[in-house]
Structure formats: C-alpha cells, structure tokens
Design a protein around this ligand. Structure first.
Ligand code: NAP
Length: 291
C-alpha cells in the first residue's frame, strides 16, 4: 500500500481567491512529489486550534495569509531570522514536534526584483509605500541586501514611525513633505490601495533615472500604480506575481528540501491568469485580492 500524499494547505480569511494550491501543485508535478494542498478558511478565534489540529492529524506544512501572519508568529517555538525580525510568519512546519515558523515573503520579493527582473537592490535608494504586514514581512530580507537607504511612507504616519523604530539604522519614516525633492532607484508599493484601484499620493519627481517600480499586488488587468509608473517614465514596472511564486518556492524548499524552478510557473500563471486563477473560482475580483 502506498503512503498517503504529504498534506499541506494555505490558511486565511478570505481564502477562496488563493493561487497557492495551483502553484504548489505545479511545483509538485515538476519535482515528482505527491502532495495534497488545500485552502482553509478559518475565523480568527479558531486559528490557534486549527493549526494545532492540522499538525496533530499529520499535516506537513501550512502557508499562512491575511490576517493570521502575526498570530502564527506568536504560536511558534522556533522562528527563522526573517520571521523573528519581522514579527510575521507565512510558513509553518514542525521540527522535532515543535511548531516552527518562517517568513518567505521577503526572499520572494528580493528574488523577483533582483533575479527575475535584474533590478539591483544593493546600494540603491528604496522607497516603501505602506506599513502593514506585507512591508513589515519583507524588510529583513531587503535589509540583508544592503541598500543605500530605505524610507517608508504610510497613510497613517504613526505606523511608519513605529516600523522605522523597529528597524532603526536601516529604515527611516518620511511624510510627503519630507519626500519632496528626494529620488529613489526602487519604489515598492506595499499598500493594499491597488486592490481598490486607489493610487497612493505619488510624485513623478521621486523616480531616479531607470527607477524600478514594483507593486506587491498582482492582477490580470492593469494596476493603477503601475500605469502611473509607466507614464511617469519608470525604467521598469512590475506587479507582484513573481513575488507570489518565489515566496511559495521558498516554502516548498523549507518543507521538502527541493527548490522548484519558478520561471515556468510564473510564465504559466501569466499566460493563464484569467482562466486558471481568478476566472476558475467564479469571482471576478479574485485576481486583485491579497494572497
Ligand atoms: P495590511 O496589513 O492590511 O496593510 C495595508 C496597508 O495598505 C497599510 O499600510 C494601509 O495604510 C495601506 N492602505 C490601504 N488602503 C490604502 C489606500 N487607499 N491608500 C494608501 N494606503 C492604503 O495588508 P498587507 O498584508 O500589508 O498587504 C498589502 C498588500 O500586499 C496587499 O495588496 C497584498 O495583496 C500584497 N501582498 C502581496 C504578496 C505577494 O506575494 N505578491 C505577499 C504579501 C502581500 P494604513 O496603515 O493607513 O491603513
């Protein structure tokens, strides 16, 4: 009798839109692994009990998405450096019966920007828009790339100030007033504004020559922030689909010790984003939802 496939899932609320099951099934096919990967909709009070039961019943690994990344961090007995520094966990697994957590979002962002898009991070001036879970999660990995400096702006200024305090020495908070006259080589939109077609209060004068502009949101229609970037003369403008696939690949590697090839999976999602993803789940808004 053959063993049951190793069991994985992504847990969040909402979760119907998630592309993780498709991505991980493509990784499994590519690496010859037999796995099952589900989507779990969990309410906030039930999250801790859900995680405990999942692993007690033989589950091999969980991805964690909005709004549970900080909850997941609080449950772990062991944390990767990035998870400990960011206070957020998107990958859960067990080591010697203890719950372990990692954060692969930052590695995903760095690999997409630096390797897939060939946009240098080291020594560059970075502006981050937003101070929510996504920006918090990617800061440790960006910090390790030794940018010249990192600046964060957020609609609610106190959250940016708090983040800058936690990442003192590598991150400064700035108001729009303080950003006037400044230039950046890489601008990352980590706000969820794009989900509602909302453009943050951006300024074309921020773009240094060849500036790389990145939105963590991914969509099969044009993202308003990326349209602005192109019209403002950005050297490159990209959505966050590559980040999504790269962070998933890092989770897969943690769980299974094998690093899948991401290029073909990104391409497959790019080609089939309407039919395979949002469209197949019967919700036209799904392609703009957070993972
Ligand atoms: P979050 O914790 O809810 O934070 C939302 C952030 O967006 C806050 O900084 C909030 O500012 C800001 N914001 C919301 N609406 C805004 C608007 N209309 N104008 C300006 N700022 C606005 O969400 P999150 O977890 O950080 O996720 C943020 C985005 O990252 C989501 O769109 C998600 O899809 C994306 N993401 C993508 C990946 C990927 O793999 N591609 C991974 C993680 C996240 P306030 O503090 O003022 O409310």
């Amino acid at each position: 009798m053959s063993a049951a496939p190793a069991r994985y899932a992504v847990v969040g609320n909402p979760i119907g839109h998630s592309k993780s099951p498709l991505i991980h099934s493509l990784f499994a096919r590519q690496t010859g692994a037999e796995i099952s990967y589900g989507k779990e909709l969990v309410s906030e009070p039930d999250f801790a009990a859900f995680v405990k039961t999942f692993f007690r019943n033989g589950g091999a690994g969980l991805n964690v998405t909005v709004p549970f990344k900080q909850h997941a961090h609080a449950l772990c007995g062991r944390l990767s450096d990035n998870a400990a520094r960011s206070g957020a966990v998107n990958t859960l697994y067990q080591i010697d019966g203890r719950l372990a957590g990692a954060n692969t979002d930052g590695i995903g962002l760095v690999r997409d920007i630096r390797d897939n898009l060939a946009c240098e991070i080291r020594g560059r001036r970075i502006l981050l828009l937003g101070a929510g879970g996504a920006v918090r999660g990617v800061l440790p990995a960006l910090e390790k790339q030794s940018p010249a400096r990192m600046t964060v702006w957020n609609r609610t200024a106190e959250r940016a100030t708090e983040l800058a305090r936690e990442f003192e020495g590598s991150l400064a908070a700035a108001s729009l007033e303080e950003l006037r006259g400044k230039q950046f080589d890489l601008i990352v939109n980590g706000t969820s504004g794009s989900l509602e077609g909302c453009l943050p209060p951006v300024d074309a004068a921020w773009l240094a020559p060849g500036c790389c502009v990145y939105d963590m949101v991914y969509a099969d229609e044009e993202i308003v922030f990326l349209r602005w970037a192109r019209e403002a003369g950005a050297g490159l403008a990209s959505d966050g689909l590559g980040m999504l696939v790269e962070q998933a690949a890092e989770s897969f590697h943690i769980w299974r010790g094998v690093r899948p090839e991401t290029g073909p999976v990104i391409q497959r999602l790019r080609n089939g984003v309407k039919t395979d993803l949002g469209g197949s789940q019967g919700d036209s808004a799904t392609s703009l939802r957070p993972e």
